[in-house]
Design a protein around this ligand. Structure first.
Ligand code: FEO
Ligand code: CA
Ligand code: CA
Ligand code: CA
Length: 628
């Protein structure tokens, strides 16, 4: 079977393991997403705030009355970055830029070699963080994946043709760590900084936590089951209170294949989308550990959260198996009222689950933190129709699985306890000023039509109320007792994305979605220190049909008190906007621009006939003021 070049990861999983349509589901619960329903309180104030923005007040005056501090950007389909009046952007780094002075500058003819890529910024950047270390600024960026049509655009079919091509692809994945500095010309990379580092699909990792050393993790080259090689498909990220970075392994499955095409795929592999064919990179042809007929336990060593210390380039990254194995989106870390470490995590696949980890030990800044993410309990969320919810503990008693198995086959453990199947949970973000949590549920075309890969039904209802959900929504929950450690919460929907101009009933979205801010497929989420919610999209950029008026993928800001949402940025053609972090003085916002031109229609940032190159841009007010 030939996998079409730029098929997305979720489409790939559908192709290799299609689910039958199930006709037994109820229709959409009438009124569950009514534009006058439970979001009405959110909207009334929001509409007033929006009007206030158009009164012509100066930026300074608006800052007093307007929590946004910028004018809304109009949707468009341009091949550039569009920002509010008074804001500018500059490129910080793009795919193929060398981190060291002995590296080769990006070559648009060859698009790099394995050797040049290993010394350069990876491709398709996603989650990122900026750390202060002494007087330095250290940036850590996930390089999630790569588009074959672009990275192999020098090959006739846009596919790897030799060993060097495959190794270039492996080196374009992983994590890039580099120092940046600011001078009168703006922000720039510090080449040759002692902190610069590339972590790729071949970097040695330590496997830690309850699954370390378990039989399912042992391989021919690592009979201890404690040392794996590499991390790939790192999507969103997280930061710990002790200053380390968390890289989250998402669609790890699409890199494995079998040299024996008749190999029988067992249920655990099916649940995680592992099959005899890969997503098109051909890694198994050059590196036998990706051949599941020869190394059947290798896929069990991927799909984790990886902890990296950006301040010490000699440290070995640690895979934290206690945080579970699934298609990790990001890892939002917060401290509970009882000083335990709580990590909220989404599993981005149709009908998979939302998770929470709670550490056994308590956090204190002056104590050793090396074991905090190794010992604790995983929970999966159940959302009830009455807008209450609970965290279901994934214990051996509740799941019938050992502690190690729960960490490796986490999806099955969550199915066993009856967690709620969700509309592809992407990033989770905790409000720094309130005890409340938000998660982007990006879309789910199978909602109300098919079961998930484990056979769990996906009826429309609760926080996933729309059948055949093409637009997505943002759910929020408030833990009981103002404590992220509580096992109970209440929930509502902050926004139901949609097109308010359509007359097709459930597609209009919630009342805080207007003709001026509409979007689809919310994905990246992060709060600024004012408590404003930044929303990034990864969706349909056709600007046609139901998506007409949404333009390219974009970034918006939500006021979680009033419900108002305002567009801040529009990205270039065919790009996803993903990953963001602020400079410590909040005068610069770093934003990721990923897989632009994935269908051949972008030349960003170079313009003309340039090769499109994913990258990080630095956004700042022209007057040197604060963002927002
Ligand atoms: Fe890599 Fe779910 O986004
Ligand atoms: Ca994402
Ligand atoms: Ca996405
Ligand atoms: Ca992506």
């Amino acid at each position: 079977m030939l996998i079409k070049d730029e098929i997305s990861f979720d489409e790939f999983d559908d192709v290799i393991n299609p689910r039958n349509e199930d006709n037994g589901f109820d229709e959409v619960v009438e009124g569950a997403i009514s534009r006058r329903g439970f979001l009405s309180a959110v909207v009334t104030v929001g509409a007033g705030a929006f009007l206030m923005n158009n009164t012509g007040l100066t930026k300074v005056a608006r800052a007093v009355v307007d929590p946004f501090g910028f004018e809304a950007v109009i949707a468009n389909s341009e091949d550039t970055i569009t920002l509010p009046p008074g804001y500018k952007w500059e490129s910080l780094i793009h795919w193929g830029d060398p981190l060291w002075s002995d590296g080769l500058e990006f070559n648009p003819e060859t698009r790099g070699t394995a050797a040049s890529q290993a010394r350069a910024f990876g491709d398709n950047n996603d989650g990122m963080s900026l750390f202060r270390h002494e007087d330095r600024h250290l940036m850590v960026v996930n390089n999630e994946h790569t588009n074959r049509s672009i990275i192999y655009g020098n090959r006739t079919l846009g596919l790897p043709v030799n060993s060097d091509d495959v190794n270039k692809g492996k080196a374009a994945h992983g994590v890039s760590i580099f120092e940046i500095q600011q001078n009168s010309g703006g922000w720039s990379l510090v080449k040759d900084s002692p902190f610069n580092r590339r972590i790729t699909a071949d970097t040695e990792m330590e496997v830690s936590g309850p699954a370390a050393g378990y039989d399912l993790l042992k391989t021919a080259v690592d009979p201890t089951g404690t040392k794996s090689l590499g991390t790939w498909n790192n999507c969103g990220n997280g930061e710990t209170p002790w200053g380390t970075y968390l890289a989250c392994e998402e669609n790890f499955n699409g890199y494995f294949s079998s040299s024996d095409p008749t190999l029988e795929i067992h249920d655990a592999f099916k649940r995680y989308g592992i099959s005899v064919i890969d997503w098109g990179y051909g890694w198994a042809k050059e590196d036998e550990r990706f051949d599941i007929s020869k190394h059947p336990n290798e896929p069990n060593r991927a799909g984790y959260v990886v902890e990296i210390d950006p301040r010490d380039p000699t440290t070995t990254p640690k895979k934290r198996t206690a945080l579970g194995r699934f298609k990790h989106e990001n890892a939002e870390v917060v401290i509970s009222a009882g000083c335990r470490i709580v990590v909220y995590m989404g599993d981005d696949e149709r009908g998979e689950f939302l998770y929470r980890f709670v550490s056994d030990d308590t956090y204190s800044a002056d104590r050793d933190h090396s074991d905090l993410l190794n010992k604790g309990r995983l929970y999966a969320a159940r959302f009830n129709e009455d807008q209450r919810g609970e965290w279901l503990a994934l214990t051996p008693e509740a799941t019938g699985m050992s502690e190690a198995e729960i960490c490796i086959h986490t999806r099955m453990a969550a199915s066993a306890v009856g967690a709620t199947t969700m509309d592809r949970p992407e990033w989770v973000a905790v409000n720094p000023n309130k005890v409340e949590v938000y998660c982007a549920l990006t879309n789910n075309k199978h909602r109300g039509r098919k079961a998930n890969k484990g056979g769990d039904e996906m009826p429309a209802g609760g926080p996933n109320p729309r059948k055949k959900n093409l637009f997505g929504q943002i759910v929020r929950w408030v833990p009981n007792n103002q404590d992220h450690g509580s096992d109970q919460f209440t929930w509502d929907l902050f926004a139901m994305a949609g097109n308010p101009l359509t007359s097709e009933g459930d597609k209009a979205g919630s009342s805080n979605i207007t003709a001026d801010n509409m979007f689809n497929s919310p994905d990246g989420l992060a709060f600024d220190d004012k408590g404003m919610l930044w929303i990034q999209t990864d969706g349909n950029y056709s600007d046609e049909g139901l998506f007409e008026g949404m333009g390219n993928n974009q970034m918006l800001v939500g006021d979680t008190t009033t419900g108002e949402i305002r567009r801040f940025m529009v990205g270039p053609k065919e790009a996803e906007i993903t990953g963001l972090c602020w400079s410590s003085d909040r005068r610069t916002l770093f934003v990721g621009v990923q897989h632009l031109g994935q269908k051949g229609n972008s030349s960003f940032p170079g313009g003309g006939s340039s090769v499109p190159r994913s990258g990080v841009i630095a956004v700042s007010p022209e007057d040197g003021g604060l963002i927002g």
